[in-house]
Write a protein that binds this ligand. Structure first.
Ligand SMILES: Nc1ncnc2c1ncn2[C@@H]1O[C@H](COP(=O)(O)OS(=O)(=O)O)[C@@H](OP(=O)(O)O)[C@H]1O
Length: 396
């Protein structure tokens, strides 16, 4: 049984009252003791110790890790000695400044797992995710062995929901933002957010801002260098417009895309401090990850292919995670009205389930010349990204 100060104090009070006569002074002492006990207990609860605190599991050992992904043998750790990649001179990135606004501003509706409630249980009605009062035998909460680290507006929610169909995956719905915003809460806090799993299942989460946040690669590496990292990437131009569309849906008064995009429109000078632009400089962010993880620890999923060939991309993801290919063509139904694949219900009952209205917003019309300038801006970054990943995403 866990330690309970109220139990201890009541025990003391009870034994003292039974062994003594009831003088007014003793009665006052008794009342004082009881009040004190109540206060101690309330403070105890306020700091979160009313329930048992789980121990920290720093290095989850999982059979999954014995087989996942290529290049598993060596983990290249190049520590801070290499310096901060953001501040190093780079001919391509030219000393990119810090982000003007959106990188970590928490404005993404998806942080709260908006679509989670709608999608949960579509195929997955076996094990409840999230907190539960009791654990079934063999179930426990584990730190994630695989994380979808980005990118914002890449298609991360769709990927997570597709993965949740797999019986060997359990994922937390909302974005925990542990490694960027909640790191001081500690790994025990993080682990407690995770759904319960049995041996052999993979625990996952997605927080798209991880990919672009400076301290995150080192922090995930400290948790486990064997973490499998998945990045959903999308044409950086459409991604930027999607990002802008999301912001505008919440702040309709913001400046136009064009006004935010250029430092100097006449010179065609793009403002790289605007996060909507900065996030799409994928190669720059990847360099930081490669200081801590070998390229084989990362899987790059095409956001475009996830829409036109979800089963194909899912096959790659399942292979990367060392899973059986359970999620296949038969799980998807393309909804022409939405323009997206949706998940069929188990046993074909009812309408296929599509993500909510925060996905697939109508993008504003942007002057084609402006779009072209942005496309030109991204070209060298894209080329470098294709080289680094060995994949041509066909954005140019
Ligand atoms: N199957 C399916 N259903 C709906 N939407 C889909 C799907 N697959 C990919 N997408 C694209 O996902 C884009 C949103 O990306 P994210 O989920 O990563 O956004 S967020 O960063 O979590 O807010 C979202 O971007 P927008 O179309 O710009 O809204 C979609 O294009």
């Amino acid at each position: 049984m866990g330690y309970s100060p109220i139990y201890q104090n009541l025990h003391v009070v009870a034994s003292s009252s039974s062994s003594s006569s009831s003088s007014p002074v003793k009665n006052k002492v008794l009342v004082f003791c009881m009040m004190l006990s109540l206060w101690v207990y309330m403070i105890y609860c306020c700091v979160g110790y009313c329930s048992t605190v789980p121990g920290i599991m720093l290095r989850p050992s999982h059979p999954h890790h014995a087989q996942v992904g290529p290049n598993r043998t060596q983990t290249r750790i190049q520590s801070q000695a290499h310096g901060d990649p953001d501040t190093q001179a780079d001919p391509l990135f030219g000393g990119v400044s810090s982000s003007r606004d959106l990188l970590n501003n928490g404005d993404d509706v998806d942080s709260r797992g908006e679509d989670w409630g709608e999608t949960r249980g579509v195929w997955d009605e076996r094990v409840p995710s999230g907190r539960s009062n009791g654990s079934a035998p063999g179930e426990s909460r584990r730190l994630p062995q695989a994380i979808i680290i980005g990118v914002k507006k890449g298609g991360t929610r769709a990927l997570l929901e597709f993965l949740r169909v797999h019986p060997d995956i359990r994922a937390v719905g909302a974005e925990p933002h542990f490694f960027d915003r909640n790191y001081d809460k500690g790994l025990a806090w993080y682990r407690d957010l995770m759904p319960e799993t049995v041996e052999g299942q993979i625990t996952m989460e997605k927080t798209p801002s991880y990919y672009v946040t400076k301290d995150v690669p080192a922090r995930i590496h400290t948790m486990s260098p064997d973490t499998s990292l998945i990045v959903v990437v999308r044409d950086p131009v459409t991604r930027a417009i999607s990002d802008y569309t999301q912001t505008r849906s919440k702040k309709p008064d913001i400046l136009s895309f064009e006004r935010l995009l250029f430092k100097n429109r006449t010179l065609g000078l793009v403002d790289t401090s605007w996060s909507a632009v900065q996030i799409g400089m994928y190669a720059k962010h990847l360099e930081r990850w490669l200081l801590y993880f070998p390229i084989g620890r990362l899987l790059f999923v095409s956001g475009e292919r996830l829409i036109v060939d979800p089963a194909g991309e899912m096959a790659r993801v399942q292979d990367f995670l060392g899973l059986r290919r359970v999620v296949t063509d038969k799980h998807f139904h393309f909804n022409p009205a939405k323009g997206f694949p949706c998940l069929k219900r188990p046993e074909g009952n009812g309408k296929p389930h599509c993500l909510g209205k925060t996905k697939g917003r109508t993008h504003p019309n942007i002057d084609p010349q402006v779009v072209q300038s942005l496309r030109e801006f991204y070209k060298p970054f894209n080329r470098r990204f294709y080289q680094m990943t060995g994949q041509d995403f066909g954005w140019d």
